[in-house]
Design a protein around this ligand. Structure first.
Ligand SMILES: NC(=O)c1ccc[n+]([C@@H]2O[C@H](COP(=O)([O-])OP(=O)(O)OC[C@H]3O[C@@H](n4cnc5c(N)ncnc54)[C@H](OP(=O)(O)O)[C@@H]3O)[C@@H](O)[C@H]2O)c1
Length: 266
């Protein structure tokens, strides 16, 4: 069955739940009356009800007619949601976005009849450019259904659950790492003479261009694109090698590893 025929309930309409709600609405993939959203203090999401979306703070009522239940509460709030939906969550396809909660832990917390999928998006959901990593205990069909939700909000890939912590670092924390690189190149541009808005515009679009070159060339290797801009004895290779002498690649790899070690301690 296609997504359009499914009733979806989002439990926990905070930052992530809101981004998914807005993405689904603007995608046109889903009739508005097929979507229900919840949080305890509904004031901030009440305006969605004027658009035909069911808004409630009653999680049990919200999941009764749902085919897919998407959990977007904080990890520590999972226990409450499970308790509140006791008896009405059976046979639902449950999608969890909860950081650090493994498929095995979800399986232990939920009903044995639940098909379970775990999704790790990033904040670029808000602009439909999320990279969402998905791990699954559900059937191929159900997993594809969940992928179709996240595919309207960017790209998605199915990975092993063991890699979810690494996916959190590379994909979710990765947003912060790339933004810091953009900030640094913007600051460099200002030192070279641009005003801040122009420097940022050039840095952002150049970053987007570099990513698009790889994305649109079917996963071309970064170095093959670098070769195209590094003239022998030229300015690009001089700058690039100086950055490497100062440890650019090494700093990024060590940063990813430090982030990974930290997430495994939490
Ligand atoms: N933000 C991201 O980019 C991102 C990326 C990947 C994964 N995640 C994960 O996604 C989850 C949500 O993140 P977030 O940033 O959206 O957090 P958030 O802004 O704190 O949103 C959580 C929402 O859950 C609601 N809530 C809490 N208990 C509830 C309950 N019993 N029933 C219904 N709603 C309840 C809260 O509203 P009330 O207090 O009004 O109930 C709040 O709006 C987290 O587990 C996070 O680890 C987030």
């Amino acid at each position: 069955m296609e997504l359009a025929n499914k009733n979806i309930t989002i439990i926990g309409t905070g930052n992530l739940g809101l981004a998914i709600t807005n993405g689904l609405l603007s995608s046109g993939l889903l009739e508005k009356n097929k979507l229900t959203i919840t949080r305890r203090k509904t004031e901030g999401i009440e305006h969605f009800s004027t658009q035909g979306i069911a808004v409630t703070n009653d999680n049990a009522k919200a999941v009764e007619n749902a085919d897919i239940v998407l959990l977007a509460v904080q990890p520590g709030q999972l226990k409450d949601v499970v308790a509140e939906t006791q008896g009405v969550l059976q046979n639902k396809l449950v999608v969890s976005t909860l950081t650090g909660v493994t498929l095995n832990q979800l399986q232990a917390a939920l009903d044995s009849s639940n098909a379970i999928v775990r999704a790790m998006p990033n904040t670029a959901l808000a602009v439909k450019q999320s990279m969402t990593c998905i791990s699954t205990l559900a059937s191929k069909e159900d997993t594809a259904l969940v992928q179709s939700i996240f595919s309207v909000l960017g790209e998605s890939v199915v990975i092993e659950d063991e890699l979810m912590q690494a996916a959190t670092v590379l994909g979710a924390s990765g947003i912060a790492f790339w933004l810091r690189l953009i900030r640094a190149t913007t600051q460099g541009g200002i030192q070279l003479g641009f005003d801040a808005p122009d420097a940022q515009k050039i840095a952002v679009q150049t970053c987007l261009g570099a990513a698009s070159l790889l994305q649109q060339n079917n996963g071309a290797h970064p170095e093959s694109e670098i070769d195209k801009v590094t003239t022998p004895k030229g300015c690009t290779i001089a700058g690039l090698n100086e950055m490497e002498h100062k440890g650019l690649s090494s700093a990024l790899i060590q940063g990813l590893v430090a982030s990974f070690e930290k997430i495994n301690e939490i």
